[in-house]
Write a protein that binds this ligand. Structure first.
Ligand code: TPP
Length: 246
């Protein structure tokens, strides 16, 4: 299912919530350009505060939604983020999403050259990408920056992630958190990170294989049939309040 930030989080936000919660076997690609493009540039649920648009001529005042945070909150079992122009990064992410049985949610940062041009330049441009992009790999330390010299450490007093530099103030690789895509709490922390204070996480944030909605329903039907036998549809239809008109 290919959708946008407007369609997927506002117009169809209700459906998105339940498809994720129910774990329907569906791959969802949410192209986030932080604007309603097709209908000529109205602000969307992911538009930054202050976005000037035909529907917010003096700038939007409401807090934007983070799609991955929303998906995790709704109970999605597969949540990932990638970038439209980064084919090398996107391809394995899409393959993982496709292989996942159940709802998989992929947010794709996307430029809108007409109504929101350059909105993701900070994470795409070679100059700033190193500091603003945290490329996730399961089992690998959360390192980023030029020469991978910066990393994320868990501050155990505040229970928050913090940016540290290897070799400074005694920081070593052992201090850096290791990515575990089965850890929901970590995924929620990673999904919420934003520039300029933090890099933004791209890759698979969370993956937990659980039985899909379809399989649960088929299992249930099997169990009920084993117990009660296969119903005769005609008999079911004619049971109860039915009349024969002669
Ligand atoms: C129920 C419903 N309401 C409104 C519309 C009109 N409409 C079509 S696309 C769109 C905005 C889409 O924005 P987004 O999902 O962010 O995609 P983009 O065009 O930016 O890629 C709207 C409001 C619609 N198609 N269906």
């Amino acid at each position: 299912m290919v959708t946008g930030d407007g369609d997927g989080l506002s117009i169809g936000g209700n459906h998105m919530l339940h498809v994720l919660r129910r774990n329907v076997d569906l791959q969802i690609l949410l192209f986030n350009n932080e604007i309603y493009g097709l209908t000529k540039g109205q602000y969307s649920p992911t538009s930054q505060v202050g976005t000037r648009s035909p529907s917010t001529p003096d700038g939007s005042v409401d807090l934007p939604l983070r799609p991955c945070t929303f998906a995790l909150g709704a109970g999605a079992r597969f949540v990932a983020r990638t970038i439209d122009t980064e084919a090398k990064h996107m391809t394995p992410v899409l393959k993982r999403a496709h292989a996942h049985k159940g709802a998989s949610f992929v947010e794709i940062y996307q430029n809108c050259p007409v109504y929101n041009d350059g909105i993701f330049d900070y994470i795409k441009d070679k100059k700033s990408a190193e500091d603003s992009r945290l490329v996730l790999a399961h089992g690998e330390p959360l390192l980023f920056g030029v020469d991978q010299q910066k990393g994320l450490r868990l501050n155990t007093s505040t229970l928050q992630l913090e940016v540290v530099t290897l070799g400074e103030a005694g920081v070593t690789l052992d201090d850096i958190m290791v990515h575990d895509e089965t850890n929901l709490v970590l995924a929620q922390m990673l999904a919420a990170l934003s520039t300029p204070d933090f890099p933004e996480a791209v890759g698979v944030l969370y993956c937990k294989q659980e039985v899909s909605y379809e399989n649960s329903v088929y299992e249930q039907i099997k169990t009920v049939r084993a117990k009660k036998g296969v119903a005769d549809f005609n008999e079911v239809l004619r049971r109860g309040h039915t009349w024969t008109v002669s």
